[in-house]
Design a protein around this ligand. Structure first.
Ligand code: NAD
Length: 355
């Protein structure tokens, strides 16, 4: 395990995508968003993705330098098509449109389809919060026919369908809830596989439907499935992520009629609320502040611990990793360097990753 300074990692990832055909702005945005995921502690959505993005790019399944195209719009909504481009760019463009519409109408709904992987969805709630907006994001993932078994079922049907919401509080860090509706994100299984460690119980079933701790059992052969979090309730939320993101955007829900794209596409339905435009902004802020303080003042079970608000664990990890560097295992480093070599990044820049 090595600890790599965030700036060095960003420079490496940006160099890879610039060589791979992205504009400097796009390459920089991919570098920023992936490294931010690592900083926030979500390694599953960080630089571990570089080799697969480069692989899909080589197969023509990601299109560089794409921007959102407006398919339909009115004052309070927009339907956007990402045209298979990098989610790191398209997500930001979609939020810009949503925030502008929320400023005008108070509330806006945007549905984005055909974005390649949108990464850590918390990025988009943080973007809204920085603009003074609360937001709710339902996301589905359409790729190779599903990963997650529905509650009560033993076949893959949906994907890890993330759900996220955020709320800004004046002068404080925003409250950000952001998770996969599977018990764990698929990337966490990838990370455990690279590290050669077991998964916590209840995350995957093997190809026969038996609970397993072995991350390799998800991939098979025969392939297993991820389990939804929270029994029937988590399954229900995952169900609505697919319905709202897939059907409203036009990018499609996970079902047998959906084309197998051979890559990850995200569809996202976001509701963005400008808190200055709906009711008494000062009273909303005071109530939110009071509620958060009340939660955090709760006596912790563990005398050494503390009750946290959603988003707090990520900010603690970020502060720690900014100071100590981002931990990366040798397998991930080797895979990233191989991906860089495959697009022609020069050897000095490749060696610089671990210099
Ligand atoms: P997770 O299980 O680590 O849960 C994270 C959420 O729980 C955060 O909001 C965090 O602040 C909160 N949390 C954790 N511990 C807490 C505590 N003790 N007190 C209060 N709040 C706490 O997340 P996950 O399901 O592994 O998802 C990881 C990332 O994967 C997310 O960023 C998600 O958006 C991303 N993801 C993306 C896709 C995609 O297709 N783009 C798919 C799945 C997941």
């Amino acid at each position: 395990m090595k600890h790599i300074e965030d700036g060095r990692l960003r420079r490496f990832v940006t160099a890879v995508f610039a060589k791979a055909g992205s504009s400097p702005e796009e390459a920089g945005m991919i570098g920023k968003r992936l490294v931010d995921s690592n900083l926030m502690g979500h390694d599953s959505h960080g630089v571990v993705r570089v080799p697969s993005y480069i692989g899909w790019l080589g197969e023509g399944k990601i299109k560089p330098n794409m921007h959102v195209k407006v398919v339909a719009e009115a004052q309070g909504f927009a339907i956007l098509d990402g045209q298979g481009g990098y989610g790191q760019v398209l997500g930001g463009e979609a939020m810009e449109i949503a925030i502008a519409k929320a400023r005008a109408a108070g509330v806006a709904m945007i549905a984005l389809r055909h974005a390649h992987h949108l990464g850590r969805i918390g990025d988009w709630a943080e973007t809204c919060a920085a603009a003074g907006c609360a937001s709710i994001h339902f996301v589905n993932v359409v790729h190779t026919g599903g990963l997650v078994a529905p509650w009560g079922g033993k076949e893959r049907r949906m994907s890890t369908n993330p759900f996220c919401c955020g709320m800004p509080i004046e002068g404080r860090e925003p409250i950000i809830l952001d998770f996969a509706t599977s018990k764990v994100a698929e990337g966490k299984v990838q990370v455990a596989r690279n590290k050669g460690v077991d998964l916590p119980p209840g995350c995957v079933v093997d190809g026969e439907g038996r609970p397993s701790l072995n991350p390799n059992d998800l991939y098979g052969p025969p392939p297993g499935a991820l389990a939804p979090f929270g029994d029937h309730k988590g399954y229900g939320l995952a169900f609505f992520c697919d319905l709202l993101a897939g059907a409203l955007s036009g990018g499609g829900c996970n079902h047998d009629g959906h084309p197998n794209l051979g890559t990850v596409h995200n569809n996202m339905m976001s509701i963005v609320i400008d808190l200055q435009r709906v009711g008494d902004a000062g009273a909303i802020d005071a109530e939110a502040r009071h509620f958060v303080d009340w939660m955090k003042a709760c006596k912790p079970v563990d005398a050494e611990g503390a009750v946290m608000a959603p988003g707090e664990p990520e900010r603690k990890t970020r502060a720690d990793r900014l100071a100590k560097g981002i931990p990366l295992d040798d397998t991930t480093i080797a895979q990233m360097q191989a991906a860089a070599r495959s697009v022609g990044v020069d050897e000095a820049a490749i060696a610089d990753l671990v210099a």
